[in-house]
Design a protein around this ligand. Structure first.
Ligand code: AMP
Length: 602
């Protein structure tokens, strides 16, 4: 294994990283650093977060800058404010012994005034989100003509977040003789295209992943309204009669609630959480280990001490915030060469989280429809029949009764007998799932468009400007003339508000203007963010009148909410509604583009 000394880094850098406790280069560093220091080519590196990639690009960049020159020599682009700050902090640590080195992060969602001040003397390294950088370039505050090293970090994520146009604008601004380093967790077509168009003789390397999941685990998710989570859980369990798994919840309270409900509903379940005494915990874990319990509802912390190797399922009642936690949970199944399933129950606004996890663990998730009552009844029926086929008959014990049984049932044909026997179990499920509602949120494509607004409002007020029901329609003086796209608008809103809870819908770009909706209760925040942070001269106003054309109106429909029938057994949640949706956006004519996109802001 090579050492940092052997990689040819400056003495000041070696001292700084030694103080940070970095002893040996991580694999991505061992590959990227010597390449950057000795080769002239550009580089595409496929690497996940957590692999040490910041130092992989940061150390050679710092090694090559001239601290005496007060010009931006290296530009690092990253998708989110948090990543920008993190990269800048890491680089400040690595360069702590390099006198005169200045590293500045600039990102949207924060007052531009402070950032402008920090740029009075240009830093040697600028770490930026694309939208804010473009703003600063337009204000004449950032000059990129001395940039020699350009790093695109989490390039795929920048594209996912709608920064493609901004990236291309920036790529055209930096001198062509710079070196470019592109880091990405995945290699979608757009990244390959960027590499081809904007990089010179680039090499590609791929680094092993830290967060990769086991090949034996299948990752599936069910998408439901948040209020239907528990009902979906029951159906998933009913659909898997042989399930032996852990249901992970976020909090102790949720763990208790879910376990209690399951037990009340007749499932073989129990809870494991921090409020139990050690003795209680041991008892529950013991029952689970010996399979006297089929389902263990647990928090991550409580489940730590539990080592069970043959779980069939891990169920994420909620997605964890941290991908590593997801990897850890799902790694509890699919062990010892057995197949396992990691199930996630998500609500409509969490689809991007799934994409994020997919990207990091490099495994695809399969979306499954929440089973309906009939599916479950069928599964249960055949499960029972399988059990009947496989049951061992204890002749010694049963034979003495058989004459009597035969005599009693003599009048029944074989078919009658079977039907009655089957009905004995089946009726329970039939009754249970009679009138069971469809828990699926409508059609995948449709729901993707509606991710943000689903269940929150009707569309009966279409066509009006300004406040529309529970939404406010805004107008920006940016249109096709400025090469505006729905993506670039999302990027702009991201940058300006830096608030991931803000949902944007129905973006419509005309020649001169762009219109978009936000929820009324978020409108003021958006307005204020634009007043404080938007690029100079860009004024956000409430739309007076929405542009329309016949094609567009004729093709849209509004279904609003549909009331669900409350089934006897799904009655535990009286708020079960299924929101109606909008038709496919492709039905819209004119200038409408991707109207419903959830914005993924870390
Ligand atoms: P990153 O992928 O850049 O976010 O790095 C992941 C973590 O690894 C960070 O906490 C770094 O500080 C740490 N790290 C990076 N390189 C090394 C190294 N060579 N030795 C020890 N820790 C490292």
């Amino acid at each position: 294994m090579s050492t940092f000394q052997e990689l040819g880094l400056r003495e000041e850098i070696l001292t700084a990283i030694a103080e940070l406790g970095y002893e040996n280069p991580m694999p991505v560093q061992a590959q990227v650093i010597p390449f950057m220091l000795s080769q002239p080519n550009d580089l595409v590196a496929l690497a996940q977060t957590g692999t040490g990639k910041t130092a992989a690009f940061g150390l050679p960049v710092l090694n090559m800058i001239d601290p005496q020159s007060k010009q931006i020599q290296s530009l690092i682009l990253a998708p989110t404010r948090e990543l920008c700050i993190q990269i800048a902090n890491d680089l400040k640590n690595y360069s702590s012994k390099m006198r005169g080195t200045k590293i500045v992060p600039v990102y949207g969602g924060e007052s531009i005034v402070i950032q402008l001040r920090q740029l009075d003397t240009p830093p040697q390294v600028l770490v930026a989100t694309p939208g804010r950088l473009i703003d600063l370039i337009r204000r004449g505050k950032v000059k990129l003509d001395a940039v020699r090293y350009l790093v695109l970090d989490e390039a795929d994520e920048m594209l996912n977040m709608g920064f493609q146009d901004d990236l291309e604008t920036i790529l055209k601004e930096v001198p062509t003789n710079r070196r470019t380093l592109l880091f990405s967790a995945t290699m979608p077509k757009e990244i390959a295209r960027i590499a081809k168009n904007y990089m010179t003789d680039h090499e590609e390397i791929e680094v092993g992943t830290r967060n990769s999941g086991s090949n034996n685990v299948e990752h599936v998710f069910y998408m439901v309204q948040a209020s239907n989570r528990y009902l979906a859980l029951k159906r998933i369990v009913d659909m898997n009669p042989d399930v032996y798994g852990i249901i992970f919840c976020r909090t102790r309270q949720e763990t208790k609630d879910v376990a209690e409900k399951l037990m009340k509903d007749g499932y073989n379940a129990d809870a494991l959480h921090g409020d139990l005494s050690q003795a209680q915990r041991d008892t529950v874990m013991g029952k689970f280990r010996f399979r006297n319990l089929q389902l263990l509802v647990a928090t991550d912390v409580a489940a730590r001490g539990l080592d069970v190797s043959d779980l069939t399922h891990v169920i994420n009642y909620n997605l964890p915030d941290d991908v590593e936690v997801y990897t850890h949970r799902s790694g509890r199944t699919g062990r010892a060469n057995k197949k396992g399933t990691s199930v996630s129950i998500i609500h409509t606004r969490e689809r991007n989280r799934i994409r994020e996890i997919e990207r990091i663990i490099k495994r695809e998730f399969k979306q499954l429809p929440v089973p309906n009552g009939m599916d479950i009844c069928k599964r249960q029926l055949f499960h029972m029949i399988d059990r009947m086929e496989q049951v061992e008959v204890n002749h010694e014990q049963i034979d003495p009764f058989m004459d009597q049984v035969n005599e009693k049932l003599e009048y029944l044909s074989k078919e009658d007998l079977l039907m009655r026997f089957v009905s004995l179990e089946f009726n329970r499920f039939l009754e249970y799932y009679k009138n069971a509602q469809d828990l699926n949120v409508p059609d995948r494509k449709e729901s993707r468009q509606r991710d943000d607004f689903s269940g929150r409002g009707e569309r009966s007020d279409r066509g009006k400007g300004g406040r529309r029901g529970n939404r406010v329609r805004f107008k920006l003086p940016l249109g096709h003339k400025q090469n505006t796209t729905a993506r670039s608008i999302l990027g702009l809103i991201n940058e300006t508000t830096n608030d991931k809870s803000i949902s944007v819908g129905d973006i419509e770009v005309t020649n001169k203007f762009t219109f978009f909706d936000v929820f009324a209760d978020q409108a003021e925040r958006v307005m204020r963010a634009f007043e404080e942070n938007a690029p100079s001269g860009l004024r956000l106003t409430v739309a007076e009148e929405r542009p329309r054309n016949n094609e567009y109106r004729g093709n849209r429909e509004s279904r609003g909410y549909e009331r669900n029938d409350r089934s006897r057994n799904d009655r535990s949640d009286s708020r079960n509604r299924r929101s109606g949706g909008y038709r496919d956006s492709s039905a819209r004519g004119g200038n409408a583009e991707k109207p419903w996109r959830r914005r993924n802001r870390a």
